[in-house]
Design a protein. Structure first.
Length: 128
């Protein structure tokens, strides 16, 4: 679906490689994540937009018929009921492009992942 064949070097570059309507959704997902995890850094990992906060926090990517969200297995377990219609795999969620994107649910998932990553980082620091 990407119109640019080269691997993106930034999230801006990644988003710009899609048609306008998809750019809008990707931009809103990016903003949603940034608001839910204000200290997270942006990166491109595995050619996908990724947010990092004391380790990988969450990634997302656009495809022909959906937006994939990759919050790691722990980021979805707590939301099994809400994500049942979007579940693609243990750690993959697919939001179909022909349905509204659940931005509030993305916010909740990101906030959970922030808490998890900070808790893990604190535990690692105590072991040192």
């Amino acid at each position: 679906m990407r119109t640019s064949p080269a691997a993106p070097k930034s999230i801006d570059e990644y988003i710009s490689g899609f048609p306008g309507d998809i750019q809008t959704i990707l931009g809103r997902i990016r903003t949603t994540i940034k608001r839910a995890a204000p200290g997270a850094e942006e990166a491109i990992r595995y050619q996908m937009p990724t947010f990092i906060l004391k380790g990988n926090l969450i990634s997302f990517a656009a495809y022909k018929q959906h937006i994939g969200l990759y919050p790691a297995p722990t980021g979805t377990r707590q939301f099994d009921k809400e994500l049942a219609v979007y579940r693609a795999a243990k750690s993959t969620v697919r939001f179909p492009l022909d349905r509204p994107t659940p931005f509030d649910l993305i916010t909740q998932i990101v906030k959970l992942r922030v808490r998890e990553n900070l808790r893990k980082a604190e535990a690692r620091a105590k072991k040192k």
